[in-house]
Design a protein around this ligand. Structure first.
Ligand SMILES: Nc1ncnc2c1ncn2[C@@H]1O[C@H](COP(=O)(O)OP(=O)(O)OP(=O)(O)O)[C@@H](O)[C@H]1O
Length: 452
């Protein structure tokens, strides 16, 4: 231990204790300052921030405890370690209640100091990592767009984030529903607690309960150890139920019960666990239609959809398409350490005309690909034909009715041929990437279809 990058303040009026603590810490490579009174400490705290503060319970000009709230205001993350004689332990305990981190009992031993430091250092490291991850999350949840429907959506997000209301987000695939859910979470009072997502369409019915409630060891054959369920992890934070309309009626009944009662037991357990939840759900289906068809419970829809939010399809966002294209291109090129190419006016026009059935996700994937394959400027030739509207000769090829294997081979041959014409047979690596196959299987297919 002793990275030497933590700054420490020792506040004690007894010179021998100050020196002892300072010596031990400096031997370990820490940077240490000292103060002999509350007044002196306040001055030092004004001048700089400290990571760890050793604070005597009694100081000549007052109670060390008095300083805790001051420290908490100016050095929010500092860890305060009280130094206390045996007789003053109740005061040290009171200090812990006021937010002190730990206490050292006199006579002070080197081992005790080092043990506390090791623990504090570990915790500080975790806090820094958490802060870093949070900032990363925050940049990832940036919603790009200035079009009227997106402006309106951002305003709605700001408003609902301040409440605890449950939200149901509607929108086509890839429009950014999960992004909206995360924005609400990270703008809410729950931001420091987890955002836990469950993809309801991806969980088989018989695993739904285990996923939600968790289980005790031995609850069923494969339960080799205890598992905490997503409800428990999300407690205090936000539970995001993605593709909620895809839940079976059986799973819907179980979900409804726990959402109403706010308590549950792990499978195989008997202890009732209480949870504090905010639920945000999302669907690309029309819930009213699903209710009418008997696929979705009205009472569950009623619970989940206190506030409905609609995320518009990309084709209704006008120039946002260009803003998003430029944003994804920039992010992707920075990540790949490549120069950011310009997007030609023709390409922008084609983007504005295209309908984007896969919405923002489709645009993001395309820009990632264009970043990798571009050479200085993205021109209309770089775009796939289905975007530019150009019909290639092979489109509309009549396969007739024949074994699917043959159809697959004919289509493969056609696509590889086109790619070779466009990129040339010197760029097989690039073609393999575009077609999302290994270079070796591309070689094989070129041989198989006599394209070499
Ligand atoms: N307005 C936006 N600004 C920036 N990035 C966006 C925006 N909308 C969507 N994205 C990005 O596009 C991708 C797809 O978005 P997301 O996963 O939130 O869509 P979704 O509607 O939840 O999709 P699905 O219906 O498939 O679950 C994500 O990487 C997301 O960060």
């Amino acid at each position: 231990m002793g990275q030497g990058n933590l700054s420490i303040l020792v506040v004690d009026d007894e010179e021998n204790i100050r020196n002892l603590v300072q010596d031990i810490l400096e031997d370990e490579g820490y940077f240490v300052e000292t103060a002999i009174s509350i007044k002196d400490a306040k001055q030092k705290l004004k001048e700089k921030e400290f990571d760890i503060i050793f604070l005597d319970v009694w100081l000549p000009d007052g109670d060390g405890i008095e300083l805790i709230s001051d420290i908490k205001q100016s050095n929010k993350n500092a860890k305060i370690v009280m130094i206390s004689g045996h007789a003053n332990i109740p005061i040290a305990v009171k200090a812990l209640k006021l937010g002190a981190y730990d206490f050292l009992e006199k006579p002070i031993s080197t081992e005790a100091i080092l043990a506390i430091l090791e623990k504090a250092e570990e915790e500080i490291k975790k806090e820094i990592e958490f802060e870093f991850l949070k900032q990363k999350e925050e940049t990832e949840i940036q919603i790009i767009g200035e079009s009227p429907p997106i402006r309106k959506l951002k305003q709605q997000i700001q408003k609902v984030a301040k409440t605890n209301a449950w939200v149901l987000i509607y929108g086509e695939n890839g429009t950014g529903k999960e992004l909206v859910a995360k924005s609400i979470h990270y703008l809410s009072d729950r931001a420091d607690k987890p955002f836990v997502d469950i993809n309801c369409a991806a969980i088989p019915d018989d695993l739904f309960e285990a996923e939600l409630f968790g289980y005790e060891k031995g609850a069923f054959t494969n339960a080799v150890s205890r598992k905490i369920g997503k409800l428990e992890i999300a407690s205090g934070g936000t539970l995001f139920l993605d593709e909620v309309a895809d839940l079976s009626l059986k799973a819907q009944a179980k979900l409804l019960r726990v959402l109403e009662e706010k308590t549950f037991t792990r499978l195989g357990g008997n202890q009732k666990i209480k949870v504090d939840l905010r639920v945000i759900s999302a669907t690309n289906k029309n819930i009213d239609e699903e209710i009418e068809k008997g696929n979705f419970r009205q009472d569950l829809a009623f619970r989940l959809s206190v506030i409905p939010l609609k995320v518009p399809p990309l084709r209704e966002r006008g120039n946002d398409i260009i803003l998003l294209a430029e944003h994804f291109l920039k992010v992707s090129c920075i990540e790949n350490k490549m120069d950011i190419p310009e997007i030609s006016e023709e390409v922008k026009k084609a983007f504005l005309k295209y309908l984007w059935p896969g919405n923002v996700r489709e645009l993001k994937n395309l820009m990632e690909r264009l970043c990798i394959f571009s050479t200085g400027k993205i021109t209309i030739e770089d775009l796939p034909d289905y975007i530019t509207g150009k019909q290639s000769k092979s489109v509309g090829i009549n396969f007739g009715i024949r074994p699917l294997k043959e159809v697959r081979e004919m289509a493969e041959k056609e696509v590889i041929k086109k790619a070779l014409e466009k990129y040339g047979n010197k760029n097989l690596k690039q073609i393999a990437k575009i077609l999302e196959v290994d270079l070796s299987s591309l070689y094989r297919k070129i041989k198989q279809y006599n394209l070499d």
